[in-house]
Design a binder for this molecule. Sequence first.
Ligand code: SAH
Ligand code: SF4
Ligand code: F3S
Length: 434
Amino acid sequence: MKKVYIETYGCQMNVADTEIVFSILAGEGYVRTEEMQEADVILANTCSVRDNAEQRIWGRIEQFHYQRKTRPGVVTGILGCMAERLKEALLESGKVDIVAGPDAYRSLPRLIAAASQGHPQIDVLLSREETYGDIAPVRVDKNGVSAFISIMRGCNNVCSYCVVPYTRGAERSRDWRTIVREACDCAAQGYKEITLLGQNVDSYHFGELDFAGLLDRVATTVPGLRVRFSTSNPQDISDAVLETMAAHDNICKHIHLPVQSGSNRILEKMRRRYTREWYLSRVARIRELMPGCAVTTDVIAGFCSETEEDHRDTLSLFEEVGFDAAFMFYYSERPGTLAAKKYPDDVDLQTKTRRLEEIIALQNRLSLESNRRDLGKTFQVLVEGPSKRNPAELCGRNSQNKMCVWPDTEHRAGDLVDVTVKDCTQATLLCEPA
Ligand code: SAH
Ligand code: SF4
Ligand code: F3S
């Protein structure tokens, strides 16, 4: 039996794609291995979203190259967003055998067969239809509790800083019937939570069905599963989606709502199609319909032409919203994007880093304040497994996606347990069985 090893970088959609690749290759008799040294085929599913993501992968390419030099017959390949962005340039490095973009995974068996005859292979064709809707993923998640379900691919938004529309192509939604079927499969396999994935889930539409409709259908079909979704775009998240969330106990009360900047001038240059005021009004609406719903975000510090005043607008927006958590980055220019063509990357690295650190320091305080507000509350938590620090403790997330730990030797991964918050750090709720 041939063995395939895959490393996955980047977002959750890449994790879901890796599971599709495993499924396609399993159909050809490949088995999965977690040891690169014993693999016949070594693949990396890559990310291009920031320069440092790509730099890391160049380091891995050296390792892969070493494997194929020292173990003749080994085939190596780069999949995903970096494959799509760099195309032939990856093959020209002479260090990989296969380059396959995100819509080319059905070709992988053929590409591998040809590459193992010594002919480097490339397929970076983007598709307007491919959703891999008919493919049952081979789950890579270890504890068998939580599964990702891709509901759409690509992105039509063209935010000026972002490489994703170029690496993933045009937006397309997957047939809702295959999504519901996959949710049922997850339930049958013992999963307890699913996360519906898309770059912009609120623009999902298949026939007459929009995202609110899909969410309702999924939540109704698998009442025993928790349902999450990501990512919501502030310009598109509708009251219908919020009302659907509020109506279903099994839809988790957490919205990841990337803001990117608190300055209207910067938002416009980013080609985000909302204002600070609109964003704040969406957050207010979320809290009105679902008090206690967590709101998390992404932010970029030091975008082209960002002034101290723009930066202070971001800090004040963070303060005003009081995010429960955030992913924070400094701007990394991506070749080929609108921003790279139109605007100089003119905030120096030192300033970018300092602004990012200021945002991180503020968010650390906001996360701690958010956790302190939960002291004394009781939450239902889905057990993920033993906590990292202490084998006599379990860890798991509540509906708001906050990590909880508590002393427990009775329950197991996949159980739902009620716990009461006794103490907290900025990252974790320290609990006791309720
Ligand atoms: N589709 C999602 C974002 C996907 S990329 C959305 O629209 O919200 C994930 C995050 O990476 C983005 O939210 C943004 O904060 C960050 N990001 C994207 N391009 C970036 C760049 N060029 N430099 C720094 N951060 C970037
Ligand atoms: Fe990138 Fe914007 Fe699309 Fe998100 S919505 S993937 S940030 S272009
Ligand atoms: Fe990265 Fe591609 Fe996801 S660029 S963030 S892996 S869509």
